[in-house]
Design a protein around this ligand. Structure first.
Ligand code: ADP
Ligand code: ZN
Ligand code: ZN
Length: 740
C-alpha cells in the first residue's frame, strides 16, 4: 500500500458556511491510494471534530505546509460518493454558489454525515484465537458463561456473527471478557453485494399502451445517450404507465432507474404501483424515514442492490452504481426547489446529472413550467404529448360559478350544494379544495376591526379550532385565543373567512350522513396518518374530502367525480410574478382529481371574477394557450424563461442592519453588473418584510444571459462572504421560484 510521501496534502470540503476547502496532512499510515475524491475523512476543526469529504490531493498547500493539522482518520475504504456524484456536487456548488462541503452533506444520509459509521454494511464475527482453541477448559474456573461461549465457538471454527451468538445465549459482555484474556477475536466482514438480477424484471405484465403512449415511449427507449424529454400529458393520461415501461427498458440494459416525485406525491399507493410492477428491489426516500432506514436504503442504492429509486427531492443526490435513466414526475412542483440553505432545484440538477452520465431524463407534467415548455418549444427538449385520458376516463367538465351577489351557505352556492348531494346519493365521492388550513384566516373584533398580528412577523395570526389557538403559519408562533379585543376590549371576536377546519365543520353539519375526511398538514403530521386517510378514500365509500394542495397532487381517486374550488379569487391577484402560473397549475391539478374512473368528472369553480382573462384562456383554450400568453408577457418583461434571476437576501433582528448591508453591496455591485450587462434592483423589503423576528431585504439580479449572471455572482458572493463575516444572515438564491 502506498504510504504518504513528504508532499501529500489532502484538500477537504467541510460542512461549514465557507466557500473553500481546507488542507490537512495524512497520518503516517494513511493509505494514499484510498484518498479518492468523495471519501469521508474525520478532521480536527477548531475545537471540534468534523466529517468532511476528500476534494483532492495536492503536493503543496497554499496555506503553508508547516501549519497544517493531521487528519484524525479515514472513514471509507471505497469513496462513499462515487465519481459521478462528486462531479455533480461540484457543479451544483458552483452553479448555486453554495459551500461545497454542505452540498456533499446533502448527498450523505445523516448517520454518515455525523457518525464514524462505515457506509458499507459491516458485521462483526467472533472467533477463537489459537490460545482459545487450545486452552484447557478447567483453567476457566467457575466462569460458566465464558465456558459455554468457548464450547460453542469450538464447534464453529469459522466464528459466529452477532445474531447467531444471541441465538446461542452468548452475551457481548462475555465475549469482551474473553477478548481481554486473549481467547477470542473480532473480525469485520462485509457481506457480499447482492446485485439485482436481470433475468426476472417484471412481477406483473404491463398495460397495452394506447397510440399516444406508444408514440411517447418510443423515442425514450430508442434514445442512446443524453436527451431531455418533456412528457406533457393531461391528468390521468397514463404518464406513469409510460414511466414504468421506460424503466423496464432501462433495467433490461442492466441499468438502474431513478424516479423523483413531489414531497407529498410519494404516497404508499405510488410506491406500491412500482413494487407491484417490478420483481427487482425498489427503494424509497421520503421525509418519514428514520435515519436508520434512510441509511439502509442508501446502502442498497450505493452498492447496486436496488434497481429502482423512488424518492422526493433529496433522492436526486443518491449515489448510484449504474444509473441509466431519471424521471421527474410533476416537474412543475415547487417542492423540487429547496427553499433554504442549499437552494438547489432537483428538477434542474436531474437534467445536469443525466447530461453528465449521458442518459435520458424525462420531465413529466400535465402543467409544465414555462421554463420547460420554452425549452421544449425551442427544440432543446423533445416534446412528447398525451392529450387524452388513458383507458375509458373522460376529461372533467368545468363550470365557472359566478357568485357575485349570490346567497351562499357557508361560502357555498346552492347549485354546488345540490350537486354535492346528488353525487353523494349516487355513492360517489366529492372533493372540496381550499388552500388554507386552520379554522379561519383571521379572528376579528366585530366592534372595531382589530385583529391579532404575529408579534414576530408581518402577518395576521390564523385561528385554529382544534385545539383552539392562534397560530402564525410563517414562524409557528402560537398563542391562546384572546378573550377580548386588544384595542377596545370588546368580547365580540369573530372568525372571519374560511379554512379547512371550518369547512370540515360546516360540511359535517350540511351532510350529516356522509363522512368528511380532512387532509391538510395538521391532520397528516403523524407517520401513518396520510396512509390511513388514503385507505379510507380508496375503500370507495361515499364521502367528502376537504383539503389543501396536499390533495391536489398525483392522487388517483377513481370515485371522486365532483371537485369544488371554493375560492379561486385569492390566487388571481398575488404579487409574485410567478403567481399566475402557479395558480393555473394548482387549479388544473386539483381539477385533475375529478372523474378518473368510469364516471365523468365535474369541476365547480366559485369566483367573483368570472371574466378574469386567466380563467377565460385556461378553461376555453387550455393550458398550452394559457402558457403561450403568459410567455409573451414574460418576454416583454425579460423574466424567466426569457432572462435569468438571482436573489441576494439578507435578514437581521436589527431593523436597519440588513438593508444597510445590501445598500452597501448594491453600491459596489452596480458597476460590476453594468460591465457585464446585468441589472441590479433594490435593495427592497421582501414580500414578507418581517418574519420570525427578522427584517428581510433582497437584491434582485437579472441577466439576459446565464454566463454573465453567473460571473457576476461568483465575484459578488466571494466579496459578500468576506464582508458579512458571521454578523449577518445572508443567502444567494439562483433561479428563485418564489420572491418572498
Ligand atoms: P397519469 O400519471 O398521467 O396521471 P396514470 O398513469 O396514473 O396517469 O393513469 C391513469 C389511469 O389510467 C390509471 O388507472 C392507469 O392504470 C390507467 N391507464 C394508463 N394507461 C393505460 C392503458 N394504456 N390502458 C388502460 N388503462 C391505462
Ligand atoms: Zn375592538
Ligand atoms: Zn410569525
Amino acid at each position: 500500500m502506498a504510504k504518504p510521501g513528504p508532499h501529500t496534502i489532502i484538500q477537504v470540503a467541510l460542512p461549514v458556511p465557507l466557500r473553500r476547502t481546507f488542507d490537512y496532512l495524512p497520518k503516517p499510515d494513511t493509505p494514499v491510494n484510498l484518498l479518492q475524491p468523495g471519501t469521508r475523512v474525520k478532521v480536527p476543526f477548531g475545537k471540534r471534530q468534523l466529517i468532511g469529504i476528500v476534494h483532492g490531493v495536492i503536493p503543496h498547500s497554499s496555506y503553508g505546509d508547516d501549519n497544517l493539522k493531521t487528519i484524525t482518520g479515514l472513514l471509507d475504504d471505497e469513496a462513499a460518493l462515487g465519481p459521478d456524484l462528486v462531479a455533480l456536487c461540484r457543479w451544483a456548488a458552483d452553479y448555486y454558489h453554495h459551500p461545497l462541503g454542505d452540498v456533499y452533506a446533502h448527498a450523505l444520509p445523516t448517520l454518515l454525515r455525523n457518525k464514524d459509521e462505515s457506509w458499507e454494511e459491516i458485521t462483526t464475527r467472533w472467533k477463537l484465537t489459537q490460545k482459545g482453541r487450545l486452552i484447557g477448559l478447567d483453567q476457566l474456573g467457575r466462569a460458566k458463561r465464558q465456558l459455554h461461549a468457548i464450547e460453542v465457538l469450538r464447534e464453529h471454527p469459522e466464528g459466529l456473527h452477532q445474531p447467531l451468538l444471541k441465538g446461542f445465549d452468548i452475551e457481548a459482555a462475555t465475549l469482551r471478557a474473553l477478548q481481554e484474556k486473549g481467547l477470542v477475536d473480532q473480525h469485520e466482514d462485509r457481506p457480499p453485494r447482492q446485485h439485482w438480477q436481470r433475468e426476472r424484471l417484471l412481477a406483473e405484465s404491463p398495460l397495452t399502451l394506447n397510440e399516444e403512449q406508444r408514440h411517447a415511449l418510443q423515442p425514450i427507449v430508442q434514445c442512446e445517450g443524453f436527451r431531455t424529454f418533456l412528457l406533457e400529458g393531461v391528468t390521468g393520461s397514463g404518464k406513469t404507465e409510460v414511466y414504468l415501461q421506460a424503466i423496464h427498458h432501462c433495467l433490461q440494459q442492466g441499468k438502474q432507474a431513478m424516479v423523483l416525485v413531489p414531497e407529498i406525491g410519494l404516497t404508499p399507493q405510488t410506491l406500491q404501483r412500482f413494487q407491484h410492477r417490478f420483481a427487482v428491489p425498489v427503494v424509497s426516500f421520503h421525509s418519514h424515514l428514520t435515519d436508520r432506514e434512510r441509511l439502509t436504503n442508501w446502502r442498497k442504492v450505493r452498492n447496486g442492490e436496488a434497481a429502482i429509486v423512488l424518492g422526493t427531492r433529496s433522492a436526486l443526490l443518491c449515489p448510484m452504481e449504474n444509473l441509466g435513466m431519471i424521471i421527474v414526475d410533476e416537474e412543475h412542483d415547487l417542492s423540487y426547489k429547496q427553499q433554504e440553505g442549499f437552494r438547489y432545484n432537483a428538477r434542474d440538477l436531474a437534467v445536469i446529472r443525466a447530461q453528465k452520465l449521458g442518459v435520458p431524463v424525462v420531465l413529466g407534467s400535465a402543467t409544465p413550467t414555462l421554463e420547460s415548455l420554452h425549452n421544449a418549444r425551442s427544440g432543446r427538449y423533445e416534446h412528447l404529448t398525451l392529450s387524452r385520458r388513458a383507458g375509458d376516463a373522460m376529461p372533467p367538465r368545468f363550470r365557472v360559478l359566478d357568485i357575485r351577489q349570490k346567497a351562499l351557505t357557508h361560502g357555498m352556492a346552492p347549485e354546488l350544494l345540490t350537486e354535492m348531494e346528488s353525487r353523494l346519493q349516487a355513492r360517489q365521492q366529492v372533493l372540496v379544495f381550499i388552500n388554507r388550513r386552520g379554522y379561519a384566516p383571521v379572528l376579528m373584533c366585530h366592534d372595531c376591526g382589530w385583529f391579532k398580528e404575529c408579534p414576530h412577523c408581518d402577518h395576521r395570526m390564523t385561528c385554529h379550532a382544534n385545539p383552539a389557538h392562534l397560530h402564525c403559519h410563517h414562524c409557528n408562533h402560537q398563542l391562546a385565543i384572546p378573550r377580548y379585543c386588544g384595542h377596545c376590549k370588546s368580547t365580540d371576536l369573530r372568525p372571519i373567512g374560511m379554512g379547512t377546519e371550518r369547512l370540515e365543520d360546516n360540511l359535517t353539519s350540511l351532510f350529516p350522513k356522509f363522512p368528511v375526511i380532512r387532509i391538510d398538514r395538521d391532520t397528516t403530521q403523524r407517520k401513518q396518518a396520510m396512509a390511513k386517510h388514503l385507505e379510507r378514500i380508496h375503500s370507495g365509500e361515499p364521502c367528502i374530502l376537504v383539503g389543501t394542495q396536499m390533495l391536489a397532487k398525483g392522487h388517483h381517486f377513481p370515485k371522486v367525480t365532483l371537485v369544488a374550488v371554493c375560492d379561486i379569487d385569492a390566487g388571481l391577484f398575488a404579487a409574485d410574478f410567478r403567481a399566475t402560473e402557479h395558480t393555473a397549475q394548482l387549479l388544473l391539478q386539483v381539477a385533475g382529481r375529478a372523474g378518473r374512473g368510469a364516471d365523468q368528472g365535474l369541476v365547480f369553480l366559485q369566483t367573483h371574477q368570472p371574466g378574469h382573462p386567466l380563467l377565460q384562456t385556461l378553461l376555453s383554450a387550455g393550458y398550452g394557450e394559457f402558457a403561450t400568453e403568459l410567455c409573451n408577457e414574460r418576454r416583454l418583461m425579460g423574466m424567466p424563461p426569457f432572462g435569468y434571476l438571482a436573489l441576494l437576501r439578507a435578514e437581521s433582528q436589527d431593523p436597519r442592519q440588513a438593508s444597510q448591508f445590501l445598500n452597501q453591496v448594491e453600491r459596489w455591485l452596480q458597476p460590476m453588473a453594468q460591465a457585464l450587462g446585468v441589472e441590479v434592483w433594490g435593495p427592497a423589503p421582501a414580500l414578507m418584510p418581517k418574519k420570525a423576528r427578522r427584517f428581510r431585504f433582497q437584491l434582485m439580479l437579472r441577466g439576459e444571459q446565464r454566463p454573465a449572471l453567473q460571473q457576476l455572482l461568483k465575484q459578488a458572493v466571494k466579496k459578500i462572504e468576506q464582508e458579512a463575516g458571521n454578523r449577518l444572515k445572508w443567502s444567494v438564491d439562483v433561479d428563485p421560484v418564489t420572491l418572498d
